[in-house]
Design a protein around this ligand. Structure first.
Ligand code: DHK
Length: 145
């Protein structure tokens, strides 16, 4: 039985490929999402990909995942550094949580060094570019095996 995985991307990640490509790369979110679904299939994971710029929408989807997903891969974008609400929602989720940052946040501005989501995440991947999503899915598959 494939495991259902929720892949969540937060604010401004809809602009992947257009926004600061020197930091976030040239790949679009549509490409990342399609690749994650495909790659997930090879790992026996059914990946559902969602993106929102709205904190409350992300909280709603994380709450929904309590019934619908075995694990969550999340790039919370800037909400990593601000959102106790997203942390609280993730704390109400029982399965594995993997936090992905495309950039190496610890090499960047000091305000990006702290992530509220990291207080809950079982695994944190930063600085691997969009390949970080594949790394997360591979690790998720091993964790759930
Ligand atoms: C994406 C963002 O939008 C930033 O606000 C974070 C993260 C870093 C990333 O590297 O994917 O600080």
């Amino acid at each position: 039985m494939p495991h259902a995985i929720l892949l969540l991307n937060g604010p401004n990640l809809n602009l992947l490929g257009q926004r600061q490509p020197e930091i976030y790369g040239a790949t679009t979110l549509a490409d990342v999402e399609a690749d994650s679904v495909e790659f997930g299939r090879t790992l026996d994971l059914t990946v559902t990909a969602k993106q929102s710029n709205w904190e409350g929408q992300l909280v709603d989807w994380i709450q929904q995942a309590r019934q619908e997903a075995a694990g969550i891969v999340i790039n919370p974008g800037a909400y990593s550094h601000t959102s106790v609400a997203i942390l609280d929602a993730l704390n109400a989720f029982d399965g594995p949580v993997i936090e992905v940052h495309i950039s190496q946040i610890h090499k960047r501005e000091a305000f990006r060094h702290h992530s509220y989501v990291s207080h809950r995440a079982d695994t944190v991947i930063a600085g691997a570019g969009v390949h970080g999503y594949r790394l997360a899915l591979r690790h998720m598959a091993e964790t759930l095996a």
